[in-house]
Design a protein around this ligand. Structure first.
Ligand SMILES: Cc1cc2nc3c(=O)[nH]c(=O)nc-3n(C[C@H](O)[C@H](O)[C@H](O)COP(=O)(O)OP(=O)(O)OC[C@H]3O[C@@H](n4cnc5c(N)ncnc54)[C@H](O)[C@@H]3O)c2cc1C
Length: 642
């Protein structure tokens, strides 16, 4: 990245849930961000009320989950009840997701609490990024930036940003300025949303699941236990006028039966659209959230589908801005998200609406197995078309988890790293990650850990011994829990993207060497893997040899001893040195900066002189023991300076 626009922030129009989540994503990847929000305050409107498992994972990746969980009610059961008979047809039990996610639940949190909770983290991580009372009134695109006209206190100023992300809601003035059309329809019925204060837990226990869908041909009803009240949502038929608070209270009583006290706290009637933009990008401007897709808010698929956009675009922008990818990487955003929103969420939400009014016999995506239902309803079933083959899906079926496929969101499970537990999603939160499911005892030829853009890890129930040279790349998988959940054959490489989706799954030859993951990375990003300068890499350097056998002020003499297959730790020479072979072997020298490894046939008595230089390590690839004497010339570097 170069030029005058180097420090420009990414601009976001709109501080709804998608603008805020996207801002958190950009900040997570270290990009400067500015959010322009027209209103003087975050919205206090009664809107979305349920946040799904996948959204919790995205917020956790962006280090923004704490305040959200604090403000929410957690639920591990979604009820599906027939209103006429009061019979529960099936509940979706999210506890079935314990082998998939750290968050086997969904949460209820009103949108007007969610937005401040997201903003709490944004303020902590990027103070001043949110500019309330700033309305985007126009913009002009240039080759490497966008000039945005922003109105504040009656004055219009021009702000320069690298990209403009339109998170400006269903009406999206930015979409309009771009002349992008939306296709779809508006429902004849409207939705009535009522917040009610009534004690249905102690004084009048009803024991509804805290998120319950009551299907009915006349009038379906959704009941949501919000943190401080109960929320009722039901349709208002065409021509039906908005009820008064007294009528709403009567209706609630008719539904829940007699209760001692009941108060209507708030209400909202809204028109339901099902509309999608015909393009999501124009140059440096991207549409996100409701600006790109207005989806029937059934099964919580409105806000949560927007969060999928906010999971997909930030890492792409980060890779391009860091110079780690060609700008073509940005094309994948619309290619992957549009199908998921239109045919995935859009069609599922419409089908759910028909089922609620019993115009369809079964719930969409309903399957005999609870695991598939829970996985789908938590929005974990989103599989993206990562390789452009048109293969995507949103629905998973079955009673038990099945094997991971390319495009899937990877299971988020614990592995044991050098210092403690790590979860798969944490490993790839800001990097591509190649996981090699293999037998670490055989010392597989895994590429060096030498790039911030692509990490390599062996996953095995066999830990890497300290003399293997693989400690920094080995993840211990006790009882093969993670290996089994991924469902891959032995010696398989799984490449994960920074959004936790699986980019590729391929068989892997543990002794072949090379860097297949790096080749795949280059295909995806359009650029070779950037190798980090050795000094920047976070590895602990070890000793130069096995033991020091002599030392004075001029020289330090080491013995280096390597059994067949044994590796040294990474180390660096600060002085020039001589090597005198004692016992010969076939050795490989790896370099931390990713340079081509060097293969050497060492023979007894061979003498080699080397300058101090790059971080490297030696591996004995042969079948005989290797021994040398390594003489560090402590004073020579000073002498040669003269
Ligand atoms: C009553 C109701 C109930 C719903 N229930 C659910 C539910 O249970 N689950 C679910 O998933 N979804 C639900 N939804 C849908 C959900 O609310 C939306 O999908 C979600 O708000 C979309 O977020 P957004 O950030 O894309 O847009 P918005 O929330 O609309 O935010 C857009 C923001 O942009 C700002 N803005 C607009 N123009 C400009 C401008 N020119 N300059 C600067 N700022 C601008 C606006 O002020 C606003 O703050 C519901 C929606 C409604 C209306």
């Amino acid at each position: 990245m170069s030029g005058p626009s180097e420090q420009l922030p990414i601009g976001i129009a709109g501080a709804g849930p998608i603008g805020l989540t996207t801002a958190l994503g950009l900040v997570h990847h270290g990009l400067p961000v500015v959010v322009f929000e027209e209103d003087a305050e975050l919205s206090g409107d009664t809107k979305a009320g349920t946040t799904l498992t996948r959204t919790l994972e995205v917020l956790n990746r962006y280090d923004a989950l704490g305040p959200v969980l604090r403000a929410a009610v957690r639920i591990d059961e979604i009820g599906d009840i027939d209103r006429r008979t009061n019979k529960a047809s099936s509940s979706v039990v999210t506890g079935a997701l314990t082998e998939d996610t750290r968050f086997p639940f969904v949460i209820n949190i009103p949108q007007n609490d969610l937005e401040p909770a997201l903003n709490e983290t944004l303020q902590r991580k990027a103070p001043g990024a949110l500019r309330l009372g700033h309305k985007v009134v126009g913009f002009e695109q240039h080759s490497d930036h966008v000039e945005v006209q922003v109105e504040h206190d009656g004055e219009v100023r021009t702000e320069k940003v690298r990209y403009l992300l339109a998170c400006d809601g269903g009406r999206s003035p930015i979409r309009e300025q771009l002349g992008i059309t939306v296709e779809g329809h508006t429902l004849a019925e409207r939705y009535m949303l009522v917040d009610i204060l009534a004690d249905l837990d102690v004084a009048n226990p009803r024991d509804y699941p805290y998120l319950a869908y009551f299907g009915d041909p006349e009038e379906w009803m959704i009941i949501v236990r919000q943190p401080h009240c109960w929320r009722f949502l039901y349709p208002l038929h065409e021509g039906q006028s908005e009820p008064t608070p007294e009528e709403l209270a009567d209706k609630a009583r008719r539904f829940i039966g007699d209760v001692d006290e009941l108060e209507v706290l708030g209400q909202n009637v809204y028109t339901v659209h099902h509309r999608v933009a015909d393009r999501w990008r124009d140059g440096r401007v991207f549409l996100m959230g409701d600006a790109a897709h207005l989806i029937t808010p059934m099964w919580a698929l409105g806000l949560n589908t927007g969060v999928l956009d906010a999971s997909n675009l930030p890492w792409r922008l980060a890779w391009v801005e860091r110079g780690w990818a060609e700008p073509t990487l940005l094309d994948g955003y619309e290619a992957e998200q549009a199908t998921v929103a239109i045919q995935g969420s859009g069609e599922m939400a419409e089908a759910a609406r028909l089922y609620m009014s019993r115009k369809a016999e079964a719930a969409p995506a309903e399957d005999a197995g609870n695991w598939g239902n829970a996985f789908t309803r938590g929005l974990l079933g989103v599989s993206l078309d990562v390789d452009g083959t048109g293969d995507w899906s949103m629905v998973r079926s079955g009673a038990e988890p099945d094997a991971v496929r390319p495009g899937d969101r990877a299971p988020d499970l614990p592995l044991v790293a050098e210092d403690g537990i790590v979860h798969t999603h944490d490993l790839c939160a800001d990097a591509f990650v190649a996981l090699y499911f293999t037998d670490t005892r055989r010392r597989p030829a895994v590429p060096a850990q030498d790039s911030k853009a692509l990490h390599h890890y062996l996953v095995s129930r066999w830990d890497a011994p300290h003399d293997s040279g693989l400690r920094d790349r080995a993840l211990f998988d006790p009882a093969e829990r993670v290996t089994r959940r991924f469902g891959v054959a032995p010696d398989t490489m799984v490449l994960l993207r920074p959004d936790g989706h699986v980019a590729a799954i391929e068989p892997w030859d543990p002794q072949a060497g090379g860097d297949r993951a790096g080749e795949l990375y280059a295909e995806i990003t359009g650029q070779a893997v950037p190798h980090t300068q050795a000094e920047e890499i976070d590895v602990e350097l070890g000793d130069i040899g096995t033991s020091v056998v002599f030392e004075n002020e001029h020289v330090r003499v080491w013995e280096v001893r390597l059994e067949p297959g044994e590796s040294q730790t990474w180390h660096k020479h600060h002085h020039p040195y001589l090597i005198v072979g004692v016992e010969g072997a076939d050795n490989r020298m790896d370099f931390l900066d990713g340079s081509e490894p060097r293969h050497m046939q060492e023979t007894p008595g061979r003498v080699v002189f080397r300058d101090a230089g790059k971080v490297h390590m030696l591996t004995n690839e042969g079948t005989t023991r290797y021994v040398n004497r390594l003489i560090e010339l402590k004073a020579l570097d000073e002498n040669t300076e003269m």
